[in-house]
Write a protein that binds this ligand. Structure first.
Ligand code: F0G
Length: 457
């Protein structure tokens, strides 16, 4: 497959260095085999996340200089609110410092002890905030998502029938919230169709349950809708976005993804003024005054610009093209991944690569460590290692997938970097039967994957 050329040129560069294989072996050991504990400087190609690792444009940097740093009522705040209203069609837009801040501010107003929240799939921090609020998080993705080799459109969708039966089983009064994650990160950056959103919205309305979009990758999702949902083939990304959001009541957004900034988040409330009032109160307590929400004026300005840049169709085509390019090489080599490729990266099927490693010895983490040792590439586990233990029993849960995620930062890496990723995976596949798993020697109670310590078995 042809690499779609960059619709931009490079104006500023950042030097990266390559350590030797011996040095990398030593560094990952010193990091207790936790990729989050490596120093960024010791990584050659950093695919740990696409979150906050993006390259801002010249226009965004110009915006940084124009940011209004007034404590209250700054110009940049109003610019951001207008952008949010224009794109999403919601009346109330509240900036916060990142996605999990939006979750913290909003979720405890909707779910509490003994309640449930249901999602197509919760991302780890989103699940954690539901649980910190005292509720339980339930995933409800379509079954196509569970077969990485099955090439189907919209594998991020909610299983609507199962959603309705879950609501009936738990009682509608006990389900405080339904969350639609677009794109569905944990299922491999897989998109959700507008049609699915309509159906989920109808179920939520029927039972009187609020519907929230976890909107981190809203523009990438709209790109897939335009490409694969017949009804929208002539619609713009902005039109699709507005339609998608019209079916929900509110959204939380990590702006560190599709808004192409290094820090930022948003809460959107469609028209519920009373809820917005409570959001403002929580925001002042946790984040800062409502007109800056934990961000600098310059961040608000760059975010307002980035929301539009992230929806540019030529850019989205190039971005998807990068992933398709890598995927086509992996297809030739018989390396399995969640297919078709997701919006923000490739999710390599580590279970298929290492059938000898059981889920409780973390195949996804093992492949992440091999990639670092092989080529200085840093990826992350999206599997049982990330999922953690059952909050009630403390037992290791088995995830639906054992993925190693190569998350692609926006506008950062070139075709040659993608060739290195492919070569590293091919080399690891050749010696896959020699790779063994890991055990945890220390872990914290919540979100353990960020700081746990491991050792090879
Ligand atoms: N929701 C989704 C779908 C996410 O992917 C993330 C973050 C968040 C919420 C939380 O946002 O990091 O700004 O607080 N995902 C990053 C990732 C960390 O690597 O996928 P945050």
């Amino acid at each position: 497959k042809k690499y779609i050329p960059e619709p931009f040129r490079i104006k500023m560069v950042e030097t990266i260095k390559v350590l030797t294989r011996e040095e990398r072996k030593q560094k990952i050991k010193e990091a207790n085999y936790n990729l989050f504990s490596l120093r960024g400087e010791d990584v050659y190609i950093d695919l740990l996340t696409d979150s906050g690792t993006n390259a801002m444009s010249d226009v965004q940097w110009a915006g940084v200089m124009r940011g209004d740093e007034a404590y209250a009522g700054g110009r940049s705040y109003f610019r951001l609110v207008e952008a949010g209203q224009d794109i999403f069609g919601y009346e109330y837009i509240q900036p916060v410092h990142q996605g999990r801040a939006a979750e913290k501010v909003l979720f405890n107003l909707l779910v509490g002890s003994g309640k449930f929240a249901i999602s197509n799939m919760f991302f780890d921090t989103t699940r954690a905030h539901v649980e910190l609020a005292g509720a339980r998080a339930i995933d409800c993705v379509v079954k196509e998502a569970l077969d990485p080799s099955l090439r189907a459109p919209f594998k991020g969708n909610m299983d609507v029938e199962k959603l309705e039966s879950l609501i009936k089983d738990h009682g509608k009064e006990n389900v405080g919230l339904v969350v639609m994650t677009i794109t569905n990160n944990s299922a491999g950056g897989q998109p959700v169709s507008v049609q699915n959103m309509r159906e989920v919205s109808a179920v939520c309305k029927k039972y009187g349950i609020p519907l929230c979009i976890d909107a981190a990758r809203f523009a990438e999702n709209a790109f897939f809708v335009k490409r694969d949902e017949e009804e929208f083939k002539n619609s713009s990304i902005k039109e699709i976005t507005k339609e998608m959001f019209s079916y929900a009541d509110m959204f939380t957004m990590s702006a560190k993804k599709d808004a192409i900034v290094n820090m930022g988040g948003l809460i959107g409330i469609k028209d519920n003024e009373e809820l917005y009032q409570r959001v403002k109160e929580n925001c002042i307590s946790f984040e800062g005054f409502i007109t800056y929400g934990g961000l600098s004026g310059r961040d608000l300005e760059a975010l307002a610009i980035g929301l539009y840049e992230g929806m540019d169709e030529q850019y989205l085509e190039y971005r998807n093209g990068q992933m398709e390019y890598l995927a086509s090489i992996l297809d030739d080599e018989g390396i399995a991944y969640q297919s078709p490729v997701g919006g923000h990266g490739l999710f390599i099927d580590a279970k298929a690569m290492f059938p000898q490693i059981p889920y409780y010895e973390f195949p996804g983490q093992a492949l992440g460590i091999e990639l670092y040792k092989e080529a200085g590439i840093r990826a992350c586990d999206i599997g049982s290692y990330m999922l953690g233990n059952d909050p009630d029993t403390g037992k290791q849960l088995e995830a639906d997938f054992e993925f190693t995620r190569l998350a692609i930062p926006r506008r950062v890496y070139t075709q040659a970097h993608f060739d290195i990723m492919a070569e590293a995976l091919i080399a690891i596949k050749k010696r896959a039967s020699e790779v063994s798993g890991y055990r945890i020697t220390w872990e914290p109670k919540v979100l353990r994957h960020f700081t746990a310590k491991l050792e090879p078995i």
